[in-house]
Design a protein. Structure first.
Length: 561
């Protein structure tokens, strides 16, 4: 059979130690090529070519699954052995083209013969491409549910298949969460619909449908129950919303998952918010602040007191920005205390408190106690009511630097929102040092983005939608555009970057605040004194080749101009 050559003893692998060869041979199939490349000091492409030559196998050049071939190899076999059927030959030849990420052994060959009499024609392919084909054509976690269905068929008479089904559902849920982490998702939504269970990831701010096994619906109740068990929720209560959390371990790291369930007309819908996906620190540079913006913010961060307020909708990166600010000023001579819900980032040296409303530990109550702890800097995760706002403002007026967030569309709107809460305008004018409104847009993939000609009419229309002067587009003949590659999973975008509107109240604005002027009046005054709007920030990043005008228009609503 092709692949019988002991390539681990030939070529550049001949110099490997016995331990290294054993480690490669016993690694999971989708990790063997990477392990081989690392052990031999080669790139993945070089390692693949060398293994293919030693095993006498061709490298697959056109990795596409023929739908006529897909049913031949069951999901469990494809998943366990990382093998995909590429094409079925005509009836006279009776061959089946297969792609694997590692040369096939006798066990895999025997399994293939179990499902088809066709002669296999083996091809080698990159492990990530094979894994992606399996996910796209069989569905995430398909191998797990395929195992459960096979067990049910085999054991239906004995009634012993419950344990097998439970184990398969446990593995399926784990597969879905693990894949979400690999894809960089921030949320997972399990949504029962008529005749289907839909699962979607939120990646870079957009909802992405997850390819799923065809037999998923029959496991719907078991999957929802599994999620509720993991979150320590009451599985018998299906009429009321519930909230919980899951401590999930993957790759040696712990992941905090917040779980929310709501009853719908078909079944309970379950949403998972994935926290602490990234342990690395975020700097002001990395979140997308330009040098001039950083300088303006740093001047305020050096103040001994006052409020720094970050505004924007849910998921706009407010907590990430506050974390970057805290790290900017963090030092051994400052006592930093935070109260958050949830704690998304750990700040070395800071004293961080998790809100627990069920036992009376709210933002307001925690803030009162923090003031007795001799803090220099206080971070309040969110101002949700007048009591919290009053305490935060009074803390800033008594010599503390306070960071907090608020849900408003733009920076001037944060001021009128506090007034609407009942906070006295003169206190707001005295306490607020800086207001930052922000949004997140998808960042162009640095590997594949290319300049493309600009349609002048479309450019003017887009600028008009953002409330910008058409003259901003004069002389612009091309802009960076998404293309799509393996690095960005074909989307043309990779990660996100912030747009910022920075408002520092001056004397004129103080007077307008005290007079309870409208958001529009505050905005006009701020712009007249040099405030850069979200739209202007977005256009600057488009011109810099970091994102696209379509992304900015999609993210910034009419109310954000």
């Amino acid at each position: 059979m092709p692949g019988a050559t002991d390539f681990l003893s030939t070529g550049s692998a001949a110099g490997l130690t016995a331990a290294a060869r054993t480690a490669i041979a016993t690694a999971p199939r989708d990790e063997r090529l990477e392990a081989y490349a690392k052990a031999t000091g080669q790139s993945g492409r070089e390692a693949l070519a060398e293994i293919a030559a030693a095993a006498g196998l061709p490298v697959a050049t056109d990795l596409r699954i023929d739908e006529a071939a897909r049913p031949i190899i069951p999901a469990r076999l494809a998943s366990d052995f990382q093998v995909v059927p590429l094409a079925v030959s005509d009836a006279s030849v009776q061959e089946l083209a297969l792609a694997v990420s590692w040369p096939p052994d006798d066990t895999l060959a025997d399994w293939v013969r179990t499902f088809t009499p066709r002669e296999p024609r083996w091809h080698l392919a990159p492990a990530d491409k094979v894994a992606q084909l399996i996910r796209d054509h069989y569905g995430v976690g398909a191998g797990s549910l395929d195992l459960a269905e096979a067990a049910e068929v085999a054991l239906t008479d004995s009634g012993d298949n419950d344990a097998d089904e439970d184990a398969a559902v446990v593995r399926f849920v784990s597969d879905v969460i693990t894949q979400a982490i690999e894809d960089g998702a921030t949320d997972i939504h399990f949504e029962p619909q008529e005749g289907q269970l839909r699962i979607r990831y939120r990646v870079d701010g957009l909802l992405v449908p997850v390819p799923l096994p065809e037999n998923l619906l029959r496991f719907q109740d078991a999957i929802i129950s599994r999620l509720k068990i993991m979150a320590h929720l009451n599985i018998s209560e299906k009429r009321l919303p519930q909230d919980g959390r899951i401590a999930f371990r993957v790759g040696g790291a712990s992941l905090d998952i917040r779980v929310s369930t709501i009853p719908t007309i078909y079944a309970e819908s379950v949403s998972l918010r994935l926290l602490n996906l990234r342990k690395e620190a975020y700097t002001m540079d990395r979140i997308g602040l330009a040098a001039e913006e950083q300088e303006r913010i740093t001047r305020v961060l050096d103040s001994p007191h006052g409020i720094v307020l970050v505004t924007g909708p849910t998921g706009s990166g407010k907590s990430t920005s506050l974390n970057a600010f805290l790290r900017q000023i963090n030092s051994t001579d400052l006592r930093i205390v935070t109260v958050e819900d949830p704690i998304e980032y750990e700040v070395p040296g800071a004293n961080q408190i998790q809100v627990r409303p069920e036992i009376g530990l709210s933002f307001a109550s925690a803030l009162r106690h923090i003031l007795r702890q001799d803090p220099d800097v206080i971070m309040v995760g969110e101002v949700r009511d007048r009591e919290t706002a009053d305490i935060a403002i009074r803390a800033s007026l008594t010599g503390h630097l306070v960071f907090t967030t608020l849900h408003t569309n733009d920076a001037p709107g944060a001021i009128t929102r506090l007034i609407d809460m009942g906070v006295e305008p003169f206190l707001i004018a005295s306490a607020i040092e800086l207001v930052i409104a922000q949004r997140l847009v998808r960042r162009l993939c640095p590997q594949c983005a290319k300049p493309a000609p600009v349609d002048a009419r479309k450019l003017q229309d887009s600028l008009a939608l953002l409330g910008l002067e058409p003259s901003k587009g004069e002389g612009v003949t091309e802009l960076a555009a998404p293309v799509g590659c393996d690095h960005c999973r074909g989307t043309g975008y990779r990660g996100r970057i912030g747009l910022f509107e920075i408002l520092r109240p001056n004397e004129e604005l103080h007077d307008l605040i005290v007079r309870r002027e409208s958001t529009k009046a505050l905005s006009r005054s701020a712009r007249a004194h040099g405030m850069c709007t979200l739209a202007q920030s977005g256009w600057a990043k488009v011109r810099a080749g970091e994102t696209t005008l379509d992304e900015v228009v999609r993210t910034i609503s009419v109310n954000d101009r």
